[in-house]
Design a protein around this ligand. Structure first.
Ligand SMILES: Nc1ncnc2c1ncn2[C@@H]1O[C@H](COP(=O)(O)OP(=O)(O)OP(=O)(O)O)[C@@H](O)[C@H]1O
Ligand SMILES: O=P(O)(O)OC[C@H]1O[C@H](OP(=O)(O)OP(=O)(O)O)[C@H](O)[C@@H]1O
Length: 208
């Protein structure tokens, strides 16, 4: 039987996802706790893990080099890949918001928005009927309004600590985010039994 390949995001989702898989009864080797390996084979479970950048998980799954994957809803909204969303894992909870310096209006002519999510941000402002210029950054987005690069940012908020410690305030809540189990549509058909078994086992963990 062919192994099931799972694209896992490195970074903050990884640890929570590993805990969930273990709770679902998957026997994962110690390499999962401390390793720089990018591909981990688990022959006992007939599984293979690809450790990817969070934004790249839907890309691997869409192209079928991973059968399933775990990705933040933020990444799903930004990337718009042709994949199935199977389950809300309810981990890495946060939300996307518009934030900026307190008591400031957006520039009336072409206000500027810094974000790591250019697609999400442009559709959000388009729906609001506002024409904005998007400036794509790759991290530390909160710096942008402080140093005068942009009027606002669109970024992830979780505890709100990063905004607070940088003197920024939230203006609008865009969408709640959690991590999702996703699947390649062809793999979903060809490996249906294995994928739905994993989905069911994870669903039981989600629902406690
Ligand atoms: N502060 C946060 N609290 C909870 N979840 C978060 C937070 N920030 C991001 N996330 C969620 O975790 C996912 C991965 O975030 P993480 O910070 O590990 O990677 P990243 O910053 O997108 O990656 P990289 O910096 O390596 O490109 C995001 O896509 C989002 O769904
Ligand atoms: O509301 P909080 O709990 O403070 O979390 C929000 C912060 O977490 C994320 O940043 P991350 O740590 O991933 O760094 P980055 O800016 O390099 O993406 C996000 O981009 C915010 O900056």
């Amino acid at each position: 039987m062919k192994e099931l390949t799972i694209a896992m995001p490195k970074g903050r989702i990884f640890e929570e996802a590993v805990v969930m898989l273990k709770e679902a009864g998957y026997n994962l080797p110690p390499e999962f706790d401390d390793s720089r390996k990018l591909i981990i084979e688990v022959p006992e479970e007939n599984l293979r893990f690809i450790l990817a950048k969070p934004m790249d998980v839907p890309t691997y799954v869409e192209h079928g080099v991973a059968d399933i994957g775990i990705a933040g809803k933020d990444v799903m909204l930004e990337e718009e890949r042709h994949v199935y969303e199977l389950l809300d894992l309810k981990i890495s909870q946060c939300y996307l918001a518009v934030a900026g310096l307190p008591d400031t209006e957006m520039n009336e002519v072409a206000p500027r928005i810094a974000t790591k999510y250019p697609n999400v941000a442009s559709s959000y402002f388009r729906e609001q009927g506002e024409q904005v210029e998007i400036i794509k950054l790759n991290g530390s987005i909160e710096i942008a309004p402080i140093i005068g690069l942009t009027d606002r940012i669109v970024d992830i908020v979780s505890t709100g600590r990063t905004l607070k410690e940088n003197g920024l305030v939230e203006y609008e809540h865009i969408v709640d985010i959690t991590s999702r189990l996703i699947a390649n549509p062809v793999s979903y058909r060809l490996m249906h039994d294995r994928i739905s078994e994993m989905t069911d086992r994870l669903e039981k963990v989600v629902n406690g």
